[in-house]
Design a protein around this ligand. Structure first.
Ligand code: PBG
Length: 353
């Protein structure tokens, strides 16, 4: 038998292809190829728009710390809801500014409260728009803390278990008004379980809970506190929100407990300074829908820089959203939801990003 002449494979190229065989810029040469290999894509269907509502007529109070956002009176909010519904967003999340605040945050649980009325208004105007409500007492209490406050041995703190009952009632009241999902944000131990039990007892066992499971005590909530008029009158939130220096492991423990209590969707908040926590949550709980809150400070920083001409708002905002998505959040609560939906619709036509 004649032997095949041995091929000199070296003539066909090196075994491991480095430069110049491999040129990574080939994948960046044509815009169509860049788009094909980009992997992380944004869609308006994954965005949730936070909105602020208050009493009054024909009122549109601009929020100075968050350019482009307003506190809406319900008549104008109805038109807004109709307009927003056409953008194809994942939904809206509502925050209410009540007329009166008291120690117990009574209006939070009132079927005739501001958020309850806003939910009904949204459902009337745009039945197809998904309405989520924030469940927390900080907008409703005179002291601005996220629960009932007591003074134990000279240390003012939120009374965990007394707060749970109120959160359950607030969630049920939102559900009765027509909210399609509730989102507890107070970082009160047991809040998800208490709300789940209250909803189930009231016949809302189908209603999902999106838990602000790993929420850090962040300076980036600053502009929101003007928007929601919810700054604490004394002290801070470090007794219930997580320490920013706490590792992702502690955040995972928070998330694990919320899941055990029945959370359907978990959230990490803020987003940009906590991308490591988002990535860790994605890896550890691949089967659970994961949300991230691109908070007010993250929005206002870029807005302010853009107003001075220091940053291109569209590019910086979309890059931020892309980073949050790439870290693993499928749902992004963002004040750019509306603009981003418009930008993305434009991109599809011009393929510039
Ligand atoms: C209420 C709540 C806050 C935010 C969402 N829900 C404020 C806070 O915890 O102080 C912040 C949202 C933002 O900054 O965009 N508990």
């Amino acid at each position: 038998m004649e032997q095949e002449p041995q091929r000199d494979l070296r003539a066909l190229g090196p075994a491991s292809a480095g430069f110049p065989t491999t040129r990574l810029r080939r994948l960046r040469h044509h815009p169509g190829v860049r788009e094909l290999v980009r992997e992380t894509r944004l869609s308006p269907a994954g965005f949730v728009l936070p909105m602020f509502v208050r009493r009054g007529q024909d009122a549109r109070h601009e929020i100075a710390s968050m350019p482009g956002h307003c506190q809406w009176s319900l008549d104008l909010f109805e038109n807004e809801a109709r307009r927003i519904a056409a953008l194809g967003l994942g939904g809206i999340i509502l925050f209410g500014i009540p007329d009166r605040k008291d120690e117990q945050g009574s209006e939070a649980c009132d079927d005739d409260g501001i958020v309850q009325n806003a939910v009904r208004a949204a459902k009337r105007a745009a039945p197809e728009l998904l309405v989520i409500t924030d469940v927390c007492l900080c907008e409703y209490t005179g002291h601005g803390h996220c629960g009932v406050v007591n003074d134990r041995s000279g240390r003012v703190d939120v009374d965990n278990d007394a707060t749970l009952r109120l959160l359950g009632r607030q969630a049920v009241s939102h559900a009765r008004a027509g909210a399609e999902m509730v989102a507890p944000s107070g970082m009160i131990d047991g809040m998800v379980g208490a709300i789940r039990a209250a909803l189930d007892a009231a016949g809302f066992e189908h209603l999902p809970i999106m838990s602000y499971a790993a929420k850090f005590a962040s300076a980036f909530y600053g502009p929101f506190r003007e928007a929601a008029e919810s700054a604490p009158a004394f002290g801070d939130r470090r007794g219930y929100q997580m320490e920013p220096g706490a590792g992702a492991g502690q955040a995972l423990r928070e998330i694990e407990l919320d899941l055990a209590e029945g959370a359907d969707i978990i959230m990490v908040k803020p987003a940009l300074a906590y991308l490591d926590v988002i990535a860790a949550a994605r890896q550890r709980f691949p089967g659970v829908p994961l949300a991230a809150y691109n908070v007010s400070g993250e929005y206002s920083m870029i807005k302010a820089a853009a107003q001075r001409g220091w940053l291109d708002e569209r590019a910086a905002a979309l890059e931020s959203l892309l980073a949050i998505r790439r870290a693993g959040a499928g749902i992004i609560l963002t004040y750019w939801a509306e603009q981003a939906a418009e930008w993305l619709a434009g991109n599809r036509r011009t393929m510039t990003l």
